[in-house]
Design a protein around this ligand. Structure first.
Ligand code: MRU
Length: 330
């Protein structure tokens, strides 16, 4: 499996996720600005990957002779919803201006994320019903993390344990992370994969063809409300209506316990062009008004379980999440 990014000592080698699955093109990010633009333009995306790459962005900035403050201020402006970005920058701030120590910390952040994914895979796979067809949304795989994946990590471990028949992947308009990235990853792993458009999920769930939904998260509020890719909320309503499991897998770096509920989570609004154009052609009159929230909020009441590397939390989430964050569940 290709890693989303690799630290090379003086630059970050990044697979350009906008080009997948057509082309495996690598970019060399050598400066703070290279990294900030790669995050903004979604050459790299997915909450944990954004956090790791931002940490290396700080390292590159310090090597360029820029201040820690300047690096953090630039990177904080890139994308507002995934809290892993702000979590990683907090860790880098605590280390200070020494580039050697900053590099060690960035490597630690990357390694910890990879280990967290393996652990979530192990824990989350036990929640997957036997002989199930799963549905996942967006891309919460190796490409969205330091490797292995959060939701895809759970799915691939459950597949290895023989619990999964096939995985439905919805295309995830407008950036098509499901169609372009998740199907690409699952097929590389040899997992039977069915691509559907976003509006087909209800049809398959209502006919009993999907047994559980597994997704990642960009930010989890203190009460267990989850911000994730736009369309996740709709799936959670379907899961509740039809009585199937709705499982969220995310490392503790995605917890934001200072934010009480999902209502206070900032939702990124991206450009109208990303909705209006597909492959360079407009799919509606250019003058139409377009809205493009990149994330939505799934209420805690629609979630069966939140899987983290420190343990699985069941409703009511508030106390369990706080115990995980305090480390008392270790
Ligand atoms: O806009 P993106 O592609 O960065 O959004 C990604 C998602 O919503 C993922 O589901 C989430 O970050 C979890 S990634 C392990």
């Amino acid at each position: 499996m290709l890693p989303a990014f690799q630290w090379k000592g003086d630059h970050l080698l990044l697979i350009d996720q906008r080009k997948l699955p057509w082309k495996e093109e690598y970019l060399r990010l050598k400066t703070l600005e290279d990294v900030a633009q790669a995050i903004e333009e979604m050459k790299v995306r997915g909450a944990p990957a954004i956090g790791c790459v931002a940490a290396y962005g700080v390292v590159l900035a310090l090597k360029e002779g820029k201040s820690l403050q300047e690096a953090v201020a630039r990177l904080e402006k890139t994308r507002p919803t995934a809290v892993n970005l702000f979590w990683a920058l907090e860790r880098m701030k605590r280390v200070g201006e020494d580039p050697v120590r900053a590099e060690e910390e960035a490597r630690r952040i990357e390694m910890e994320d990879y280990q967290a994914n393996l652990k979530m895979g192990e824990l989350g796979s036990e929640l997957v019903p036997e002989d199930s067809n799963l549905l996942t949304h967006c891309n919460a795989g190796a490409l969205a993390t330091a490797g292995y994946g959060t939701a895809v990590g759970v799915i691939r471990r459950a597949w290895e344990k023989g619990r999964v028949k096939k995985v439905f992947v919805d295309e995830t308009r407008p950036y098509l992370q499901g169609a372009r990235l998740t199907t690409w990853e699952l097929l590389k792993l040899g997992i039977p994969t069915v691509l559907i458009t976003d509006n087909m999920a209800g049809h398959f769930i209502s006919r009993g063809e999907i047994d559980a939904i597994v997704v990642g998260a960009d930010r989890i509020a203190a009460n267990g409300d989850v911000a994730n890719k736009i369309g996740t909320y709709t799936l959670s309503v379907l899961a509740r209506e039809h009585g199937i499991k709705f499982i969220v897998a995310a490392p503790t770096s995605t917890l934001d316990l200072k934010t009480p509920t999902g209502r206070e989570i900032p939702i990124e609004e991206r450009s109208k062009e990303e909705v209006l154009f597909i492959n360079g052609r407009n799919i509606a009159p250019l003058e139409v008004e377009v809205r493009h929230p990149a994330f939505d909020i799934t209420p805690a009441s629609n979630i069966t379980a939140i899987v983290t590397e420190k343990g699985v939390v069941h409703p009511p989430f508030e106390e369990g999440l706080r115990r995980l964050a305090d480390g008392s569940n270790d």
